[in-house]
Design a protein around this ligand. Structure first.
Ligand SMILES: NC(=O)c1ccc[n+]([C@@H]2O[C@H](COP(=O)([O-])OP(=O)(O)OC[C@H]3O[C@@H](n4cnc5c(N)ncnc54)[C@H](OP(=O)(O)O)[C@@H]3O)[C@@H](O)[C@H]2O)c1
Length: 267
């Protein structure tokens, strides 16, 4: 049972995380069990990767040490009640439920298991998640970090930052998609085909992200390097500055943060 992993909720995020583990060979499918109330999803994933199928959430918990809780937040109470009878002090629950505080997970699964709360993002589907993890057990955090490092990068943060993490990296992919969308629409409005305009925008975003993640310079430094005096990029930034784009974006991110706080309080 030691170091075995169970996925509860074989959906978009849960499968992206497991696929990362298998591709990076951090865990083998033989050590992994899955359970989803949609048995068809579970069996398709099991056939593809050769993982084993549990008969219920409780059965899953009897077979594994670490349970990745990957159902929707509104399914937590039901799932917790199903898991609870099988949970012991040797279990670890790694929750990826957005906007769901550890205290609420604790109420659902009872006093025994160790809990790690995490917040991955959509990048997990491309092996490039940004995941924040929090919890009080160092060894459980180490395991969670190993799991999430297999599908991107991981940072350990106090739980008080989780609504902020949700606003920055949780919703973040959509902000960048939006910029790509606007840039592509602009290209298309001046005569490029939709496909060419999207290629230009998306590949440019991808190159910029790779450079920024490379560590040679900060995003701000990269931007300064490509913004030559009296050039085209500078002309664009002059308009953005005059129009208060940074303030508008900060207001938008603040709205995401406040909505995250509201949702955390409501659960
Ligand atoms: N998508 C993201 O970018 C993202 C980012 C960070 C965190 N998250 C979190 O990740 C979690 C999963 O999101 P997702 O997009 O992967 O959802 P999803 O594709 O709907 O996957 C959840 C799966 O769990 C199943 N399920 C529900 N109740 C169950 C139960 N009692 N026992 C077993 N299986 C059950 C669902 O079945 P049904 O479809 O029949 O309900 C569904 O197949 C959410 O809590 C979300 O907040 C998502």
């Amino acid at each position: 049972m030691k170091n075995t992993i169970g996925l509860l909720g074989v959906g978009n995020m849960g499968t992206a995380i497991l696929e990362g583990l298998f591709k990076k060979r951090v865990s083998s499918p033989r050590r992994v069990w899955v359970y989803d109330k949609m048995r068809a999803k579970e069996s398709a994933f099991a056939r593809k990767w050769g993982v084993r199928r549990a008969a219920s959430a409780e059965d899953l918990a009897r077979r594994v040490q670490w349970v990745i809780l990957a159902v929707k937040p509104q399914d937590l109470a039901v799932t917790g009640a199903e898991l609870k009878p099988a949970l012991t002090k040797k279990h670890g629950i790694i929750s990826i439920l957005a906007g769901t505080p550890a205290a609420k997970i604790r109420r659902a699964v009872g006093a025994k298991p160790v809990i790690v709360r995490s917040m991955p993002n959509l990048g997990a589907k491309a092996g490039a998640s940004m995941t924040a993890v929090t919890g009080s057990s160092r060894s459980a955090l180490r395991i969670a970090k190993t799991i999430f490092d297999a599908c991107g990068r991981t940072v350990v943060l106090p739980e008080r930052f989780f609504d902020l993490v949700t606003a920055v990296s949780g919703s973040g992919p959509a902000y960048f998609f939006f910029l790509m969308e606007v840039l592509a629409r602009f290209g298309a409005s001046h005569g490029l085909s939709r496909a060419d305009a999207e290629l230009l925008a998306v590949q440019t975003a991808s190159g910029a992200a790779l450079l920024a993640a490379g560590g040679e310079a900060s995003p701000q430094e990269w931007r300064a390097r490509v913004t030559s005096k009296k050039g085209t990029t500078e002309a664009a930034f002059k308009v953005m500055k005059r129009s208060g784009v940074e303030k508008i974006l900060a207001r938008a991110f603040q709205a995401a943060l406040e909505r995250g706080r509201e949702l955390s309080r409501s659960v």
